[in-house]
Design a protein around this ligand. Structure first.
Ligand code: NGF
Length: 294
């Protein structure tokens, strides 16, 4: 399971000037993370805007990433879609292109019973031989995964872990306890990477890692060497950046504008996620300067 531990960047959606998927930008971005020393990528999740893309586009995205870094990095494909049918199709595709694992949120929009969500996830779990990572993000999906259901699912052979994006580190600790020592728990809120790791997370998957991978790698390094004072300092610096990113019209608009100043043009987020305005450019430039200082 080691290949899933540590810093896993939630990969951004990359678009060209027309708003179409840009496979070359995907490849450049993936290569950038590989060269920065990142171990793995989470493709097509919240940061990847998977829910705003068609099934064909989502396949194209995963293929571009796999071609570029599939043999060098751990690739987790987020395959959750509103319908079980599409989610299973994406899971099978992820297996065909040799992703390392699949992961999925519960279906969105309808208020679902725990039985429905279990059924939805099990259809994906049973459709491939790939390891499966449950994605718990109740603030966006409206579904709150109970420790009981997590325990039940964690007993299945293919289910290797959970990505927990709720903000409770108590819940994280409870999930870890329910899954047992070999069950992976991956921290979701980037602002709480250190807190999540200290409560039992094996690493994290995050949407702001992608604009400052080097800072998260330093933070993880400090945690591994037991230097908690420095870890707190790095988390503080990271949180200064995150708190400013959260002021933009959309988080991903801010992330993309910042990456552009770092030399990577991956376009604007797909609507309804708003891009930054001209007025925001100064704040983006200030953030860029701050990151350069670190
Ligand atoms: O976007 C959210 C919603 N959380 C993400 C992350 O847990 C999910 C988190 O990184 C994700 O990135 C993905 O699936 O791609 C936040 O963006 C970050 O902590 C800033 O608040 O809460």
């Amino acid at each position: 399971l080691n290949k899933f531990k540590g810093v896993i960047v939630a990969f951004y959606g990359c678009y060209d000037g027309n708003g179409d998927i840009d496979p070359q930008a995907m490849r450049d971005l993936a290569r950038y993370y590989k060269e920065a020393g990142v171990k793995g990528l989470y493709v097509g999740g919240s940061s990847g805007e998977g829910m705003l893309q068609s099934t064909a586009e989502r396949k194209l995205v995963l293929e571009a990433v796999m071609e570029e870094v599939g043999s060098e990095m751990t690739i987790i494909a987020h395959v959750g879609a509103p319908s079980t049918r599409e989610s299973v199709e994406l899971a099978k595709h992820a297996e065909a292109v040799k992703a390392d694992a699949v992961s999925a949120v519960p279906s969105i929009y309808y208020r679902l019973s725990p039985d429905s969500v279990e059924h939805h996830w099990r259809a994906m779990i049973d459709s491939t031989a790939l390891p499966f990572i449950i994605y718990h993000i109740p603030q966006l999906t409206g579904f709150h995964l109970s420790t009981g259901l997590l325990k039940k699912l964690s007993a299945l052979d293919n289910v290797i872990g959970v990505k927990i994006s709720s903000e409770s580190t108590y819940e994280l600790q409870q999930f870890k306890a329910a899954g047992g020592p070999d069950f992976l728990v991956l921290n979701g809120p980037d602002e709480q990477y250190l807190a999540g790791r200290s409560m039992g997370a094996d690493g994290g998957i995050g949407g702001t890692y992608g604009v400052m991978p080097e800072l998260f790698l330093k933070l993880e390094q400090c945690i591994q060497t037991g230097d908690l004072e420095s870890a707190r300092e790095w988390q503080g610096k990271i949180n200064e950046v995150i708190s400013e990113l959260l002021q933009f019209p959309s988080l991903y608009g801010g992330c993309k504008a910042l990456l552009k100043l770092r030399g990577l043009d991956i376009g604007e987020p797909r609507l309804p996620l708003l891009p930054v305005t001209d007025r925001d450019q100064e704040a983006v430039a200030r953030l860029h300067d701050k990151l350069t200082e670190y």
